[in-house]
Design a protein around this ligand. Structure first.
Ligand code: SF4
Ligand code: SF4
Length: 380
């Protein structure tokens, strides 16, 4: 799509805004900084003014457009269901075409181009989390052919805090007798960080590579512990294979009695990751998993499902404005603490990292777990 077509697409969306402001309390960024230009209504008004020639792109506008978490909470409160997230991501493409974007995004783009992951580590180290597993079979979950491909994602592959997620997932799938493989060094970033940065045209090579590698395994199904990889495959790759988030797979395995669970005595609350819940519509499977663990009590957060508050880790905000991202995480942590739960559970490595890191930094005693942690713990 060229810039003229893109502007038309954006304009058709922003003219739906009647400026009612119903979206404002739902926007985590506006809730913490109270700046109209960083609200959904403000971003839409700015965008419309630019397209109508009443305003020019500028560094201030760049700041407003790149401070959106892409969480989609505004759309849930908007009567015309205006897709501000899409407007913002398309705006970012326009800004990138004019060279107006946070230059830190170039570092990520270069890393994805040269190393095929967001961390700039050697991509061959993508499967290193397997060193944390006991009793790894000889094939080390790296088979030429398999029924299922487990697409691990960059964060869980490389960030030590999140590596327990693939460790848990591999244990659970192995125990349930599933024929699965990982792509290890042949898995490349799904491309979502580039989509969020307004650099969509750079995603093609990553997509083509990943699709080719999955096809070569003959797999009929892909499983994701990362909601953003899951969303990206569902929305942009659209392959023939069945796509399942870890929570959907776990709920299925439990229902089919392929995973048996023993008691865990705890009160937990569940944080809906934006890309899994609001964006992909997966709300009930993680709750079904939690309710299937004997002894576990689930208390809901005041803002749950469609109205869940982002953890602060979305839309590349952590990269461009870590302070603002941290303040959103503070708001999330306050909401979690009010539930009185012993543990907050999510189903996303980025939510886990964002909430746990912020809580640790502020000396808040908060247990943050992934859904796979609880299932692996409860597995008899
Ligand atoms: S997507 Fe989230 S952060 Fe962005 S404007 Fe909407 S509610 Fe605010
Ligand atoms: S709720 Fe929708 S229509 Fe109302 S101000 Fe927000 S974006 Fe505009």
């Amino acid at each position: 799509m060229n810039i003229v077509q893109l502007r038309k697409l954006i304009y058709d969306e922003v003219i739906k805004c009647n400026r009612c402001g119903f979206c404002l309390p739902n926007c985590p960024v506006y809730s913490v900084n109270k700046v109209e230009s960083s609200s959904p209504r403000g971003r839409n008004a700015i965008t419309r003014a630019i397209i109508e020639g009443r305003l020019d792109w500028s560094p201030e506008i760049e700041k407003s457009i790149f401070s959106c978490l892409g969480c989609g909470a505004c759309t849930a409160a908007c009567f015309p269901a205006l897709k501000t997230k899409e407007v913002v991501f398309n705006d970012r493409e326009c800004l990138v075409s004019q060279g107006l974007y946070p230059k830190i995004a170039d570092r990520v783009a270069r890393s994805l181009d040269e190393r095929h992951n967001i961390t700039d580590e050697d991509n061959e180290e993508r499967g290193e989390w397997r060193e944390l597993l006991k009793g790894v079979p000889e094939h080390a979950f790296e088979k030429e052919r398999a029924e299922v491909v487990y697409f691990v994602g960059c964060v869980a592959s490389f960030f030590p805090m999140a590596q327990k997620i693939p460790v848990n997932m591999a244990r659970i799938m192995d125990r349930s007798g599933m024929d699965f493989t990982i792509l290890a060094g042949e898995e490349w970033c799904c491309g979502y960080p580039l989509i969020g940065a307004g650099m969509k045209e750079k995603v093609k090579a990553l997509m083509e590579h990943n699709v080719e590698k999955v096809k070569a395994t003959g797999a009929k199904r892909l499983v994701f512990t990362c909601p953003s990889c899951y969303h990206t495959w569902k929305t942009f790759y659209r392959p023939e294979e069945e796509l399942l988030s870890s929570s959907e797979l776990l709920a299925r395995l439990i229902k089919e009695n392929q995973v048996r669970l023993k008691e865990i005595r705890a009160t937990v609350t569940y944080h809906d990751p934006c890309d899994l819940g609001r964006v992909s519509g997966v709300f009930e499977p993680p709750r079904e998993v939690l309710k299937a663990i004997p002894g576990l009590r689930l208390v809901e957060l005041p803002n749950n499902r469609q109205l869940a508050t982002c953890c602060g880790g979305g839309g590349n905000l952590e990269m461009v404005d870590p302070e603002l991202s941290g303040r959103v995480a503070d708001m999330k942590i306050e909401e979690i603490l009010k539930t009185g739960a012993d543990v907050v559970v999510s189903s996303c490595q980025q939510c886990l990292r964002t909430i746990a890191t912020r809580a640790r930094r502020r000396n808040i005693n908060l247990a943050v777990k992934d859904l796979t942690d609880l299932v692996a713990e409860a597995m008899a």
